[in-house]
Design a protein around this ligand. Structure first.
Ligand SMILES: [Cu+2]
Length: 151
């Protein structure tokens, strides 16, 4: 075995590896998503998980966010996004615009709290950050899903 042959083999292997990496990073839709700091997280400051709230009365929901900033919709600025409050639903697909309906509330003006009123019963609340185009970041930044009781 001569040295030239071994060198050619090593070269072709590194070209293959580079091609594989390009295909891996170019193909998925999430590759185009707005980056978020790896340590960023959202949390619901109020109400507390498991809390019971009085029926027939709006209550405040506080949006918490760490290691990332809030910017209004349409504003593209590194490491920022706006809050979405998910009510009684699971997380939506992470590679698409967050739906806008009564279960997915957008806070595109950069709000960090809101007042909501829910009917009596058990409900879940969860925050999910979206970028300037309402698409979750990469990695996605969302809070723990909490359960509250209205009665
Ligand atoms: Cu939005």
């Amino acid at each position: 075995m001569n040295k030239r042959f071994a060198g050619a083999r090593a070269l072709s292997r590194s070209i293959l590896l580079a091609a594989a990496c390009t295909a891996f990073f170019a193909a998925p839709a999430w590759a185009d998503r707005t980056p978020a700091p790896a340590n960023a997280y959202a949390y619901i400051g109020y109400p507390n998980d498991g809390q019971t709230l009085p029926a027939g009365k709006p209550f405040k929901v506080w949006f918490g966010l760490r290691y990332m900033g809030v910017a209004p919709r349409g504003v593209k600025f590194p490491n920022t996004g706006h809050h979405h409050l998910l009510i009684n639903v699971d997380l939506p697909p992470m590679d698409q615009e967050i739906p806008s309906d009564r279960n997915h509330l957008h806070f595109g003006a950069g709000e960090t709290e809101t007042m909501i009123e829910l009917p009596p019963g058990k409900h879940t609340l969860q925050l999910l950050m979206g970028d300037d185009m309402h698409v979750p970041h990469n990695p996605p930044v969302y809070s723990k899903k909490i359960t509250i009781y209205v009665r």
